[in-house]
Design a protein around this ligand. Sequence first.
Ligand code: ARG
Length: 566
Amino acid sequence: MLMKSASSLVAPYLSVSPAELFDKLEYPPQKEMGDVSLPCFTFAKQLRQAPQKIAEQIAERINADQTEIHAMAIGGYLNLFFQADHWKSDFVAMASEENYGHSNLGSGICVLVDMSSPNIAKPFGIGHLRSTMIGNALVNLYRVTGHEVVNVNHLGDWGTQFGKLIVAYKRWGSLETLQQEPIKESLRLYVKFHEETDLEPELEDEAREAFALLERGDPVTLELWQYFVDESMKEFHKVYERLGVSFDHYTGESFYNDKIDAVVSQLREKELLEESDGAQIVRLDEKELPPCLILKKDGSTIYAVRDLATALYRKQVLQADSILYVVGAEQSLHFQQVFSVLDKMGYAWSEQCQHVPFGLMTFNGKKMSTRKGKVVFLEEVLDEAVASALQIINEKSPELPDKEKVAEAVGVGAVIFGDLKHHRQLSVDFNMEDAVSFDGETGPYLQYTHARICTLLRRGNYGALRGRFIVDGAHLSSDSAWECLKTLSRYESTLHEAVKDNEPFVIARFLLDLAKDFNRFYNSGKIVKDDADEAEVCSKLSLAAAVANVLKQGLGLLGIKAPREM
Ligand code: ARG
């Protein structure tokens, strides 16, 4: 809203379109430098004038004929100050709309988000949690900005690890123990396999053979594989349900089995395939990358070739315009190789394939490795967070109805926010106590601010008042009210920024700013009191309601629920 209004007010002075100007506007780093600013350097050449001169001339004209904004030229920037009285009621009205901030930025563009993608027969890891939450937030963000979105769970349901598992099961497993605790038992077998290979390296060959057998469609091996898939899916669904995440497609790696030959033939026809030590590779020397392995010596397929088939399918069958791979930064080389091979195959759309990497997550300093069996079980993390949330709720609001349900929303929200409040590329050490706290930069703090506003609105009887009075800016005269309104008005451009950088973190930061601004306003004077003027109460509660609306929507984008009471 700030940016939009500024661009339409200023555009005529520069004879450009508001849309053109919109992209050039910035939020100044300091409040003293205005609410929005326009660097005039970009116009210097065309207007044959120094940037500062341009800024001065426009500022003078704006100040002569506008009362909505005041302009000031500083160091080549045109700094714009919104005149509060003119804007307050507009800002409240706008931020109260149900679809506030939504746009058609991406209309006609189909974005495919490859996310979550856990591996069958292994526990749902923390890396997969990050991918799920970041991916889910991106899906929501792309949707509200008007993109068509398809999200895909590229399950790790094929590959040599199944060979290992099958060998381990045959040697050290039993159906009985497997049926009791399928995931934990698979993990035990997987760890055992890696321990034993140190003593008996031939096990690796056996595993390769077992996987080759699976690829050839051996019925007994396939049946065992299917069992692992079914059991794992049951576990994954439990997690997705708790996190409130759903998928358009669960097409894992095995879905592409019958599409690999076509890729290999294409590579051969395009003369990109080369033999090296019996394996088939594509050289990527000119891209300064190591060669991409396509088929192993024994002809079995690998991760990379399945990703090539996957990309082709997504482009050609699902008609995706762009493909985002929300996967840990450690796979960055893999994606560079895959995209480079696509480029060499002549697919210019490889440019629209993008790896959206994220850093490592540790829990209280503990790293995890499936191979060594050092695993943090996601369900346990969620349970612990929910239990801590329940404890706090019991202390704070013992009378609250539906305490368990609220605690689930708060605990799960705490874990999600504990992740999304960081730049995705950073490594995160998750600390349970910090994440679940109701104060500080946490999910529960935002949820609590929202719930407090809901209570305030009930207590102030806002439902009845809002029909009787209109919002009057004069009742919102404090600095803190104006700061809060300006923050509210940044919501739409915040969504755009988050989409541009594929960064849910931008939303998380914005919500913290908004909650802090609101709490400053709220603490500056009692709103609902016996002798208060009803019209004034209504204006103030309208601002509070707008903040609650945006907090709820913003949390929703991140995949976090906003209970009305807590
Ligand atoms: N299952 C993989 C893993 O856990 C992630 C898959 C990511 N997606 C992709 N298209 N490669 O490492």
